[in-house]
Design a protein around this ligand. Structure first.
Ligand code: NAD
Length: 542
């Protein structure tokens, strides 16, 4: 039991370092990058207190230099997954009963370790594993993960403070119990911060976790594990397995103690997981919590009153940063005819000003590689198709080369068909498709934006006309969980823009918010009566 009502440190967003030439942080991260790049790491499974090397290994390579090997990771078999579940359950009681301020201290310490001694490590690992340039690595792996940890501790304490009223003679109180069982966290390749946050947010609320990182992110996932260990997270609270996602998931979802899933990844996978959980529903001891943030087909729509240069910059940054591999990346754009020429010329000029895609070690590179061969081949196929189709034209980029790294030039497709395949399908790469509408068709175009995609993650409207902004805000109410006015649709900051989408984009439980943390508890109401009645008769009985 705690012996005080403790206040957690006020969360503040971690300042973003510049990495400008000559800065000490630039030297430090480059040194760490080279050390990782020229080294060889052997990543085990982390189950309970054991680091398990199964001997069945897979190599890890940077996407921008895919023949170069930076280490290997050990692949789990079914028995390891069962063992991870057993370790969760064995650790559950001690962890769930630890006072909340002790849990808070572990994750606050992890945030400070990332801000200080692990900053260069987690950034360099993210540059290598996910081919992020240093700015993209810094805003993700360092700043966003620090923010998730600090703000979630604050939200956790706010949740615990939320208590019911008590009438005279009684005392009502709510305790926010962890789920009865374990949580399964499945994380995507594209954000080191999400990889850390999905298991950590559930663990912070007192849950034990089986965490399955993406195969393409194991290299930076290992740094997260090192940080949590150094921060003092007890063994068995977060158990880490990699390997065949289907086998791992089937094993986890077959457990009667499965109590919740914290997923981020593609829509198709999440729908399958939901189905599997439904099929197993009679197996479980409690109804599992299902939280998933999934795909997007995020839009920018410019009104004829918009400022062309602002629209062009929103397109270039929104579509091409981190090679368009942010779930929030703009990938379909609607421009009014009267502004389209000026905007498209500016976009083309910007795209032509990028260096050719290359390694993040060369800090003049804005664009680096896409994550893996599967993604490269898919993007190349859509680009080739656009080259052939009569209703599409490539107006910038359009080249690709995988001989050394998975390099796709930032590509702009102009289409005359608002339902053209790349206006509807999530490609998850540096490809944006633009449709030009007649200025008089603004209101119809809003309907088009709403109806074109199954997703509803992010979207942006640019305009200087307040009536138009109001109309768009209303017409597009259901097609984005994060809606931006006069900005690009990417770059959500924890504590400021809680993130998540609806429709096929997810359950919209807003990562980095109290709403999300509430999914990982099962409140228990305790009513205590001080003078307990001794006669069943109410006064009305006379
Ligand atoms: P992915 O769906 O391929 O993989 C995500 C995770 O699911 C990985 O750990 C993977 O191994 C696992 N997985 C794959 N197939 C599985 C299966 N059959 N059963 C169980 N697990 C399985 O996604 P990705 O390529 O890593 O990430 C990109 C996707 O994630 C995009 O669709 C993007 O929009 C989405 N995303 C969404 C958000 C959001 O907040 N909405 C954030 C980041 C990424």
């Amino acid at each position: 039991m705690s012996k005080g009502f403790f206040h957690v440190p006020t969360a503040i967003n971690e300042p973003i370092k510049s990495y400008a030439p000559g800065s000490s942080e630039r030297e430090e991260v480059l040194e760490q990058y080279r050390s990782y790049f020229n080294g060889s790491v052997d990543v085990p499974l982390y189950i309970g207190s054991e680091e398990i090397k199964t001997g069945n290994t897979k190599p890890m390579s940077p996407p921008h230099d895919h023949k170069h090997i930076v280490g290997q990771y050990h692949v789990a078999e079914k028995a390891h997954v069962s063992k991870a579940i057993e370790n969760c359950l064995a650790s559950r009681s001690a962890w769930a009963n630890l006072t909340w301020e002790q849990r808070a201290a572990i994750f606050l310490k992890a945030a400070e370790l990332i801000a200080g001694p692990y900053r260069a490590k987690i950034n360099a690992a993210t540059m290598i594993a996910q081919s992020k340039n240093i700015h993209q690595a810094e805003i993700d792996a360092a700043c966003e993960l620090i923010d998730f940890l600090r703000f979630n501790v604050e939200y956790m304490s706010q949740i615990y403070e939320e208590q019911p009223d008590s009438a005279e003679g009684i005392w009502n109180r709510v305790e926010y119990r962890p789920l009865e069982g374990f949580v399964y966290a499945i994380t995507p390749f594209n954000f080191t911060a999400i990889a850390g946050n999905l298991p950590a947010s559930a663990a912070m609320m007192g849950n034990v976790v089986v965490w399955k990182p993406s195969d393409s992110q194991v290299f930076s996932a290992k740094v997260i594990v090192d940080i949590f260990k150094e921060a003092g997270l007890p063994d068995g609270v977060i158990n880490v397995v990699y390997g065949d996602p289907v086998m791992i998931t089937e094993t986890v979802l077959a457990s009667p103690d499965f109590a919740g899933i914290h997923f981020t990844g593609s829509t198709h996978v999440f729908k399958e997981l939901w189905k599997q959980i439904g099929n197993n529903i009679h197996t479980y001891k409690t109804y599992p919590k299902i939280v998933g943030e999934t795909g997007g087909k995020d839009f920018i729509i410019a009104h004829p009153s918009a400022k062309p240069q602002q629209v062009a910059t929103a397109i270039v940054r929104g579509s091409f940063e981190f090679q368009g591999q942010k779930c929030s990346a703009a990938s379909r754009v609607y421009l009014p005819k009267s502004l389209s020429k000026e905007i498209l010329e500016s976009v083309k000029k910007d795209v032509e000003s990028f260096n050719k895609p290359g390694s993040p070690e060369d800090m003049s590179n804005f664009i680096t590689a896409v994550i893996h061969e599967g993604s490269f081949d898919k993007l190349a196929k859509y680009i080739d198709q656009a080259k052939k189709d009569d209703n599409a034209e490539i107006i910038a980029g359009g080249n690709y080369d995988k001989s050394e790294g998975y390099f796709i030039e930032p590509t702009v497709i102009l289409t005359t068909d608002p339902k053209y395949t790349t206006m509807e399908t999530e490609l998850f790469g540096p490809v944006v498709t633009i449709y030009v509408y007649e200025d008089k068709d603004w209101s119809e175009t809003l309907k088009l934006v709403d109806e074109t995609s199954e997703y509803a993650l992010t979207g942006a409207v640019l305009s200087t006309d307040r009536y138009a902004i109001d109309e768009a805000t209303k017409a597009l109410q259901n097609c984005a969980g994060n809606f931006y006015v006069n900005d690009k649709p990417t770059g959500a900051v924890v504590g400021q823009q809680p993130f998540g989408g609806a429709r096929a984009s997810g359950t919209n439980d807003k990562a980095g918010s109290a709403q999300n943390l509430l999914r990982w508890v099962s409140p228990r109401l305790i009513k205590e009566t001080f003078v307990t009645p001794t006669d069943y008769r109410y006064p009305f009985l006379g």
